[in-house]
Design a protein. Structure first.
Length: 242
């Protein structure tokens, strides 16, 4: 799938256009023995409304689904698979946002914001790999996905990881990939080719967060003029030792 250039906005330009509404990404991170859903940009993460987590899916090493509970806390969400997951995905529906003439963003569609000068509905997705040799099933509810073409846990720091970027299940060309979203959230590492493929260098021995985003025009949507999709792929670059 190749997108019309009118529908693509680079990560840096998207940030300038929509501020925190689109610039913020989503990933999961293990903290204090829990799998936390993180909403942030680079090294900063922010509080968010936990009810915006619209889905979570966990799988064992054979790709079989594991029940997962979303614990909705005051300022963020926590994921609790029934047993240790080999892979895990999460989605956050950030809702429609409209910008007023004085550059303020309101979490409502443009029909509810008289005089809105811009509007966008954003979704955030993340896919995490925890166990070597894990088989990843098709996850249809992740509209934008960065899918590794080899086991990311076997690659190692300083080596290239081949990935494919899928938009609504189809490979998409021209998508810029951020190789280290937490360390350098605006530094593009690679761009997908005509088959949606790219090589991204594994940057860290610890947590790697590879990210991509796309902005789509929605001329037939009365509530927003655009859709913004963000997606991340996370994994450890090297085995953890006590």
């Amino acid at each position: 799938m190749r997108l019309d250039k009118r529908f693509l906005v680079t990560p840096i330009l998207a940030a300038l256009l929509t501020g925190n509404v689109q610039a913020h990404g989503l990933w999961t991170e293990q903290r204090r023995g829990n799998i936390e859903v993180i909403y942030g940009h680079g090294a900063e993460d922010d509080a968010f409304k936990a009810e915006k987590v619209s889905g979570a899916w966990a799988f064992d090493e054979q790709g079989r689904m594991i029940p997962v509970t979303v614990e909705r806390l005051t300022d963020h969400a926590r994921l609790k698979p029934l047993k240790a997951a080999a892979t895990l995905a999460v989605a956050l529906d950030n809702g429609p946002w409209s910008q007023t003439a004085d550059k303020q963003w309101i979490n409502l569609g443009q029909r509810q914001v008289p005089g809105a000068v811009a509007s966008i509905h954003t979704w955030k997705y993340s896919l995490a790999f925890y166990q070597r040799g894990a088989q990843l099933p098709e996850i249809r509810r992740i509209r934008l996905a960065i899918v590794p073409e080899v086991d990311p846990l076997e690659v190692g720091p300083g080596k290239p990881l081949p990935v494919k970027v899928l938009l609504d299940g189809k490979p998409v060309a021209g998508i810029e990939l951020i190789g280290d979203y937490r360390g350098e959230p605006d530094a593009v590492s690679a761009k997908t080719d005509a088959e949606g493929r790219a090589q991204v260098m594994v940057r860290n021995a610890g947590l790697n967060i590879i990210a991509a985003q796309v902005t789509l025009d929605t001329p037939n949507d009365p509530d927003v003029k655009q859709q913004g999709l963000f997606s991340s792929l996370t994994f450890l670059g090297a085995p953890h030792h006590e």
